[in-house]
Design a protein around this ligand. Sequence first.
Ligand SMILES: CC(C)(COP(=O)(O)OP(=O)(O)OC[C@H]1O[C@@H](n2cnc3c(N)ncnc32)[C@H](O)[C@@H]1OP(=O)(O)O)[C@@H](O)C(=O)NCCC(=O)NCCS
Length: 315
Amino acid sequence: MTHRPFQPSVDYPPLARLLSAAGPKAVTPAELRAQDAQLPPTGSLFAGPDGLLTGFGRIRLVEPGPDGELAAFATAWRAPWTPPGDIASLVVGTKDLAPDRLLPLMDALERWARGAGARRLLGELAQGHAELLRLAIARGHRIDAHIRTATARLDTLPPAVPPPGIRLGTLATTSAPQPALQLYRLYRETLRDNPGFVDALPDFDHWYAEAVAGEGCRPDWMFTAECAGRIVGVSTARATRDPRTCHIDYTGVLRPWRGRGLARSLKLHAARRLAGHGVRTVHTEVEAGNAPMVAVNSALGYRWGPGHHRLVKQL
Ligand SMILES: CC(C)(COP(=O)(O)OP(=O)(O)OC[C@H]1O[C@@H](n2cnc3c(N)ncnc32)[C@H](O)[C@@H]1OP(=O)(O)O)[C@@H](O)C(=O)NCCC(=O)NCCS
């Protein structure tokens, strides 16, 4: 076992290179440092009144490579809003690293999670790592979801035609009362029906900081469908470092308004506005079993990519 704890004084640059090579988008050392600066320096993990693990905390481990780069990175964490009893985890290696070299890191995360008192260890694995997936399943992990990526070009899409009585706008322009609070409640109602959602919704302030004021978010990119002052649907986009590309974060429609083409209208409305801001391509992620969202994206000409598997291990 050659792994060691992450050292902030030296590991940010090689970690940024490792994550940029392995992940869907490039990250810089400064971005990683800034994300970490927002977290409390020490964790506080404890059993709640129901006996389930609560609070927050994390572990970060690295496996140094022979050349001063990192061969692998592994982290496990609980945020205050992670469901009670759960700990999330991520293990990333260079593409040349043999899958079984990641097993000691996976085991170290699991030991930490057990020691903290977690009941479930959650993880994710990019598609295309068949051998590592096999090894993880042999160690007791099960596939909980298959999250697929999808990409669309905006220049080929028709204009939105909202159903009668529905006004399309944005969080920046809506005259609906308490629009941010309405959106929070809409997320809370609709996320329950999203098979791709595993976390619990944070409280309003944390949700606002991440979903409305978070990196890449803009009120005029939170597209709303409104009926008589009530926000009944949303589709939100997040800027990336490439101004021609953005990420569609979330689309949700309240149950009574579903099946009328609202999600489709919202996405077309968003596409038109985003194209007006110079965006050419949008990316999104959908759970493979989310039939309505898969249907909406497929009908709009999204091209499907591989994505990742979400794994769960009962501890
Ligand atoms: C996904 C969601 C936004 C769709 O909203 P909506 O306004 O009902 O969507 P639309 O009416 O525009 O389109 C739904 C499409 O799905 C199809 N559909 C619905 N259920 C389906 C099913 N079980 N199998 C296949 N297609 C289905 C409909 O036929 C329709 O396609 P059509 O217009 O070609 O007939 C809504 O169901 C929702 O809020 N779900 C929970 C949140 C969520 O999962 N969001 C996605 C996060 S990635």
